[in-house]
Write a protein that binds this ligand. Structure first.
Ligand code: PGA
Length: 252
């Protein structure tokens, strides 16, 4: 059986005090969340605080990005080894905001994936089409190409791989994909994984949906057979809405 995941992507939000408050409230709700792995991806600057606050709980944490080298003259970058040092289990790679705003290419994402595996992190790789690509019937082709290039020459380490299907037009817009469209694309992604790595690996890789996930729409997504959880942006900032979403994922 595949594990289920509720992953909070805080992006560039929250203060230290807010992070602490969030952790306190989340700790009190953990008993309701058995059945899903809860992962918090805060800005780098709060990873130490999350480690301190959540260290003896079932919650995991991860970076929102990393560089592809272990160390060296790369001003401003953070390496996968540094994330490991802070107790991270996961790292988000290839988020559409990094692709679109920071200009990350599939070649760069491929190097970051390799570095993350090498460091023993579980990469959560994000793929998804723009609105224009969807309207031009190119969504599948685009997602397939991202997967092929981002995973080029990589064999997922035994500790794992997570994929997040995040249609760009659904991120932060309040307009989520229909659960039917999400299911179809995620089943398609599983097919691509089968082609790349065989059936067993494809069947055991968690694939998440992301893009305007909220407490009032998560249950529909989780009713779909290939959707194993969610990558949650805006709705993960409020601890109660995040707990409600995580509870719905846990209870499927
Ligand atoms: P959103 O963001 O939930 O605010 O749409 C999701 C994401 O970017 O991972």
């Amino acid at each position: 059986m595949r594990k289920k995941l509720a992953v909070a992507n805080w992006k560039m939000n929250k203060t230290r005090t807010e992070t602490q408050q969030f952790c306190q409230e989340l700790r009190q709700a953990l008993e309701q969340l058995h059945g899903t792995e809860v992962v918090i991806c805060p800005p780098y600057t709060y990873l130490d605080l999350i480690a301190e606050q959540m260290g003896n709980t079932s919650v995991s944490w991860g970076g929102q990005n990393c560089f592809w080298e272990e160390q060296g003259a790369y001003t401003g970058e953070i390496s996968p080894l540094m994330l490991r040092d802070l107790g991270c289990r996961y790292v988000i790679i290839g988020h559409s905001e990094r692709r679109q705003v920071l200009g990350e290419t599939d070649a760069v994402i491929n190097r970051k994936m390799a570095a993350a595996f090498q460091a023993g992190l579980i990469p959560i790789i994000c793929v998804g089409e723009t609105l224009q690509e969807r309207e031009n019937n190119l969504a599948r082709e685009v997602v397939k190409e991202q997967l092929v290039q981002d995973l080029h020459n990589l064999v997922p380490a035994s500790h794992g791989l997570v994929i997040a299907y995040e249609p760009v037009w659904a991120i932060g817009t309040g307009v989520n994909a229909s659960c039917d469209d999400a299911q179809q694309m995620i089943a398609f992604i599983r097919e691509q994984l089968t082609n790349l790595y065989g059936e067993d690996r494809a069947a055991s890789t968690p694939i998440l949906y992301g893009g305007s996930v909220r407490p009032d729409n998560i249950t529909e997504f989780m009713a779909e057979k290939d959707i194993d959880g969610a990558l949650i942006g805006g709705a993960s900032l409020d601890v109660n809405s995040f707990i409600t979403i995580a509870r719905s994922i846990a209870n499927v």
